[in-house]
Design a protein around this ligand. Structure first.
Ligand code: LFR
Length: 480
């Protein structure tokens, strides 16, 4: 197979990047050509994403990609899930909201008054997260006229696909996070959309990862300096869907995974959804994966707890904090620290997280951390404990045996987190790759170009060779 080069645009909650991947003959190499910040923007009417700033960052990165790798065969875009832009008459209506904006609380109440949660779960298989698109749309509907003016809704990667090609689609893995896709058929649930009083016409046709969305428009070609139109290909456009493709699992039936960045997505890959009462009560989700697989997982709060705490300390102290030093100091602590519930809803909104952690500890009779290092250790121990418990619950809910936990994403660089997850679960942790999401994005494009074998297992074997994971065995004296 001739090697191909493709460009991945990967948008995370704190930064975006453009990475060129070269794939062929079972080999894979990745090169970062652009990196840009993603900072939420508070305004009088709530918390928003700087969507056009992100698009500018993507175009600048793509220009660098084309300059250095003029033969790139395609472009694929992934991002966090659930958030969207509304379009009317070809124009974006307003600035897209950030899922951490507080407006969704009213949407939850409005939606559950029309369709109770148990019925929603039966239909969409999604864990309850107050920002699932359907709740945001229920809030939007109650708020004002915007929804009535819209003729299209585009999730973030689909918005970029539209900007790049002029074609509006809904990529299926990300569409599954709206709560409006039928978990058993993978199609828009027209009945549910009607029950919720939403306009069916705004939801574009669904496409699968690997399908071509279109070719870059002439203005894009000029912006990125390309001498020809470049194909834009749908990937697992939900970042977690791409990340799971990029996990070097050898036997997915005995492996659990943790995709750890802002969130810690903890679960298993299944062939069929599990929407039992027990799964609903444990708040496990059945998101759509690449090739029709199911991401059976639970959202643990993730490194958001640390990054938002660091942001607060930097604001208070007026100086920059070196994260590796802070984590090393946290690792050196030998006295027990508080283990709190990272999933407590009070930790979801931006702001002074250390104060909220301290409040949780006081309420629950746990020792209140007394220094930045103690807070950091407490966050890492709490995440490791939640990861371990969630893996165990996933195994119980599915009747599976788990012999290995893959930890990918930014969290895989956090040695203390990997080690403590192994200790607390009693299961070996295989850490890396850090860029699993961009790797999954690249591999699905490369497969569409014929540069790899057809199965996910073949794609994962390529990852295992190119980025061998680091192993952490659980230690006997596990919990301190
Ligand atoms: C991870 C992620 C999660 C989703 C959350 C919000 O980046 O996509 O899967 O639940 O962000 O969209």
């Amino acid at each position: 197979m001739t090697p191909v080069e493709v460009a991945a645009v990967d948008l995370g909650a704190t930064s975006g990047r453009v990475i060129v991947g070269k794939v062929g003959g079972g080999e894979l190499s990745m090169r970062t050509l652009g990196r840009f910040e993603n900072r939420a923007v508070p305004t009088p009417n709530g918390l928003h994403w700087d969507m056009l700033g992100l698009y500018r960052g993507a175009l600048t990165g793509l220009a660098a990609a084309v300059r250095e790798h003029p033969s790139i065969a395609s472009i694929g875009v992934d991002s966090w899930a659930v958030d969207y832009a509304l379009f009317g008459g070809g124009r974006m209506l307003g600035t897209p909201y950030h899922y951490r904006d507080a407006r969704t609380a009213a949407g939850v109440e409005a939606a559950h008054a029309l369709v109770p949660f148990a019925e929603l779960y039966r239909r969409n298989g999604l864990q309850f997260l107050p920002f699932n698109t359907l709740y945001q749309l229920a809030a939007e509907r109650a708020e004002g006229p915007l929804l009535g003016l819209a003729d299209a809704l585009l999730l973030v990667p689909d918005l970029f696909g539209y900007f790049l090609t002029g074609n509006a689609v809904a990529e299926r893995t990300n569409a599954s996070t709206t709560g409006l896709v039928d978990v058993s058929t993978g199609q828009w649930d027209d009945g549910l959309i009607e029950l919720l009083g939403l306009p069916r016409g705004i939801f574009p046709g669904l496409v699968d990862p690997g399908e071509r969305i279109g070719a870059t428009l002439p203005y894009v070609q000029r912006e990125i300096g390309a001498d020809r139109p470049i194909d834009v290909v749908a990937v697992g456009s939900h970042d977690t869907a791409s990340a799971v493709v990029g996990i070097p699992m050898q036997d997915a039936s005995r492996a659990a995974y943790i995709s750890c960045g802002t969130w810690g997505l903890v679960g298993l890959e299944l062939e069929h959804p599990v929407t039992s009462d027990a799964a609903r009560e444990a708040n496990f989700t059945n998101e759509g994966g690449v090739d029709g697989r199911v991401r059976f997982l639970h959202n643990v709060m993730g490194l958001w707890l640390l990054s938002e705490s660091v942001r607060q300390w930097e604001l208070e102290s007026g100086s920059a904090i070196d994260l590796p030093t802070l984590i090393a100091e946290a690792g050196a602590i030998t006295t027990p620290v508080a283990v709190f519930d990272p999933d407590d809803a009070r930790f979801a909104a931006p702001g002074d997280l250390p104060a909220r952690i301290a409040e949780w500890c006081r309420e629950h009779g746990e020792p209140v951390p007394a220094s930045w290092a103690e807070f950091t250790r407490s966050i890492i121990e709490s995440l490791a404990e939640a990861f371990a418990k969630t893996v165990q619950t996933a195994a119980e809910l599915t009747g599976r045996d788990v012999d290995v936990i893959h930890l990918v994403g930014g969290g895989s660089l956090n040695t203390l987190l990997c080690r403590r997850t192994a200790d607390r679960s009693g299961i070996p942790v295989l850490a890396g790759p850090v860029e699993a999401t961009a790797i999954g994005n690249v591999l699905v494009q490369a497969r569409a170009q014929g540069a790899t074998g057809a199965s996910l297992e073949e794609l994962r074997a390529i990852v295992a060779t190119a980025f061998p994971p680091l192993r952490y065995d659980p230690r006997a004296s596990s919990v301190e």
